[in-house]
Design a protein around this ligand. Structure first.
Ligand code: GLN
Ligand code: ZN
Length: 778
């Protein structure tokens, strides 16, 4: 079998939402019924055509498989599920006579319909992208449906391109799946590998027939040690899968990419298979110094694709170092190519769209288009020699030097404060003393509260838009927000909640709000990245030393507190979450940056306390997300992440009740870290899993206040009083009532008022009933 050569420069994937979020708009228009499927297809095809043209213009080859077909209407894992026929039984009505799922059906699997819950959603490796979790059982009937991808390859060819289709690989697909409900104890989706691989072989054959010379299979499961299946099992699966796929006669050349971390022990296993090219993440990982002779021999015959341009962050970076790293692979193979370390869908489209950013900062940045150009440069260096690109390498080095010296990047006052920190700054009074001091809050047993935000109504969003456009003055905007805060406080008093919130109407986003008020951050105009489906976020850029020029939340919180005698929670976003949901400087350890943010929050907490706020919540929903994929790296991460939370809250008086909130129910994974946060009260998600998490909590001996959510805010459904009551009864059976709190799973900002009020009424009524039961037992 002979194959065309792998392109010298490529990317693992490109943003698919569109430079102005055209795909988001088209998809949402389809959902609302204002355009039909044909119109959606037309708009998506136009977007793909633009992407190919842009990538060619930026220097990727038109006809050498350098341009990836990485489009998706919603999610690449859902695409794979549909392509292998893995549609859950509850959606089997959506599969047509030809075995295919049409666009409407595809979105129904993603979003649910009536009683049929959508596929679960969870975070993609260590990113803030969420994929849909396939459901695989012993009976799942796999069959090949590559029509969409085939059509894209043909569409590209008709326009004069030879592109490279991208698919989630079979091992990663199964490793990310969960067993169907009712699967036998111990069953793992990966048990079905031998049945799935022949279907992938068929997909590959279809793509080859359509003219694809290379196909990319993404196998990030290979680099992770945090999946349910043991790393050894995944490595074995990869060997089996690619031996089988490689043995097929009628296949394209195979490029297996392993983004997000080092391949480590999986490299020899992959090297021993017949795949033609292997993609290595050389931003997060390195190639082992020594490889065994057999691995060296097999690698020598393959293309090594050096992922040296960071696909996960927005810095222009050290291009010369990237070139050297790629060139060094020449020791291992005569065929070396350069690529992004991951798909570029984690970064926005184009720095050139940012007209309001400081021009000096712009010179340090590279969004997707700039990264593609960098890769084209490096590829030219590989073919023509370093001298041919010396000018570009030097320009990047100069920008890096400029960045190191620019005002604001290293602020002496911030650095002195950090270096003066001692152990005492990370600890509060002991817990029992705090409980005693906080008795002055006079809370009932099973106190009720919410997570912070109330529904963000159209009026609130319009007011913010008008402020931005200059149609509202700052004073008019403040007045509108205050009126909203007053409504939310009155509502909570009427409902009878115990610890109130101000409702967060003034926050566009829980991270960006703070980024706009802190020094060291910049915000973009068009820097959207896909979070899931049609949902996008606009991460802020954390480029310099962080400090707080003035209080950020005190005005809103004290206003809210002035309206009521009940305690109102101050509401802050924690340092880890601020980092996780921003693009963060890469020129110092994350822990140093986190401690700078923590100090700014610490000052905010001191100001809140001084103005009479007695309960303060510091949200850390992203604590789990940044957990490194390699076990060996996890302790150091937990040390700095937990440390930064403790630094932020460590100055709070014993009488101040510190809350935290985490957005997931995999409590067990990070239980020690959560304990070490040492918050007085922790609220977590629990309603979706029907309080399963209380077992973990009880088993772990967690002995601070805990509020397992009783209301799934991801759904418009209103839980009944009985339902909430049974959840609470389940919780009090395992957790002493004196430590149990009652709250929803998360903030209410995406909900409407109608269901919010009804749900909160039911929660309060259920709580009263369970309080009475507990009193009787006592
Ligand atoms: N306080 C935030 C809110 O209620 C928390 C959001 C979150 O956990 N993602 O909206
Ligand atoms: Zn949450």
């Amino acid at each position: 079998m002979t194959h065309s050569a792998f392109p010298t420069g490529t990317i693992l994937g490109y943003p698919r939402i569109g430079r102005r979020r055209e795909l988001k708009r088209a998809v949402e228009a389809f959902w609302s019924g204002s355009i039909d499927a044909a119109e959606l297809e037309t708009r998506a095809a136009a977007l793909r055509a633009d992407t190919r043209a842009r990538l060619a213009e930026l220097g990727l080859g038109r006809t050498d498989s350098a341009i990836p077909e990485s489009f998706s209407y919603y999610d690449q894992v859902l695409d794979a599920a549909v392509a292998v026929g893995a549609v859950p039984a509850r959606f089997s009505r959506l599969v047509g006579a030809d075995g295919q799922v049409d666009l409407a059906g595809y979105f129904t699997i993603a979003r649910g319909e009536g009683e049929d819950a959508p596929l679960e959603m969870t975070k993609w490796f260590d990113s803030n992208y969420h994929y849909l979790v396939p459901e695989i059982g012993p009976e799942t009937d796999f069959s090949a449906h590559g029509e969409r991808l085939v059509a894209q390859v043909e569409e590209a060819r008709a326009a004069g391109y030879l592109t490279r289709p991208v698919l989630v690989g079979p091992v990663t697909f199964l490793a990310l799946a969960k067993p169907v409900d009712g699967a036998p104890e111990g069953f793992r989706p990966l048990d079905r590998l031998a049945d799935l691989v022949p279907v992938y072989a068929e997909l590959l054959a279809d793509l080859a027939r359509a003219g694809a010379e290379w196909v990319q299979l993404d196998e990030p499961a290979l680099v992770s040690e945090s999946l349910e299946d043991a790393p050894e099992r995944i490595v074995e699966a990869v060997a089996a899968a690619y031996d089988r796929l490689g043995a097929a006669e009628d296949r394209p050349a195979l490029f297996v990419a392993a983004p997000y971390c080092a391949l480590g022990d999986a490299l020899p296993a992959l090297a021993a298979t017949p795949v033609e090219a292997i993609g290595l993440d050389l931003v997060k990982g390195t190639v082992p110094e020594r490889l065994d002779p057999a691995t060296e021999e097999s690698l020598a015959a393959k293309t090594l694709v050096a992922g040296v341009v960071d696909g996960h962050n927005i810095w222009r970076g050290d291009l010369a170092a990237a070139f050297d790293r790629a060139s060094a692979l020449a020791n291992l193979s005569g065929s070396v190519a350069v690529s992004s370390s991951t798909s570029l869908f984690h970064v926005p489209h184009d720095v050139a769209d940012e007209t309001k950013l400081d021009q000096r900062l712009v010179g340090w940045l590279a969004f997707a288009d700039q990264k593609v150009a960098q890769i084209a440069t490096l590829a030219r260096g590989l073919t023509e020699g370093r001298d041919a690109i010396a000018g570009e390498l030097d320009a990047a080095t100069t920008a890096l030097a400029d960045r190191a010296e620019a005002p604001g990047v290293r602020v002496p006052a911030v650095r002195e404060r950090l270096s003066a920190l001692g152990e005492a700054d990370f600890a509060r009074a002991d817990y029992d003393a705090r409980v005693a001091a906080q008795a002055s809050l006079e809370l009932p047993e099973l106190p009720t509260t919410t997570i912070g935000s109330f529904p963000q109504t159209g009026d609130i969003r319009r007011a913010r838009a008008r402020l931005t456009k200059g149609e509202l003055t700052e004073a008019e905007y403040t007045a509108e927000m205050r009126a909203e805060i007053e409504r939310v406080i009155r509502l909570q008093e009427e409902l009878g909640l115990d610890v109130l919130v101000h409702g967060e109407p003034e926050r566009n986003d829980m991270v960006q709000y703070f980024a706009e008020l802190l020094d060291g951050f910049a915000v973009t105009e068009h820097g959207w990245v896909q979070s899931y489906g049609s949902r996008c976020t606009r991460p802020s850029l954390l480029w310099g030393d962080v400090s707080r020029p003035e209080p950020m939340t005190v005005g809103w919180s004290t206003y809210a507190q002035s309206l009521t005698d009940k305690p109102v929670k101050g509401m802050l976003t924690g340092p880890v979450t601020i980092l996780a949901w921003s693009f963060v400087r890469d020129d110092q350890p994350l822990g140093d940056t986190a401690r700078q943010v923590a100090l700014a929050l610490r000052d905010e907490i001191a100001d809140l306390e001084a103005s009479g706020i007695r309960v303060i919540q510091v949200d850390e929903p992203a604590l789990r997300e940044l957990l490194p994929l390699k076990r060996a790296d996890q302790p150091a991460y937990l040390d700095w992440s937990v440390g930064s939370f403790r630094l932020a809250t460590g100055g709070a008086a014993a009488a101040t009740q510190v809350h935290t909130h985490l957005c997931y129910s995999e409590f067990g994974v990070v239980i020690d870290a959560i304990r070490n946060l040492d918050a007085d009260v922790t609220s977590i998600e629990a309603a979706r899993s029907r309080m399963e998490v209380v077992d973990d909590i009880a088993a772990s001996g967690f002995d601070h206040g805990i509020g397992p959510g009783v209301y799934d805010i991801h759904s418009p459904r209103v839980p009944s009083v009985e339902e909430v009551r049974s959840l609470l009864e389940r919780a009090v059976a395992e957790i002493p009532a004196s430590r149990l709190w009652v709250n929803p799973d998360c903030g209410l900002k995406t909900r409407g008022y109608e269901e919010t009020v009804a749900s909160l009424e039911h929660i309060i009524e259920a709580t009263r009933a369970v309080r009475a039961e507990v009193a009787v037992t006592a």
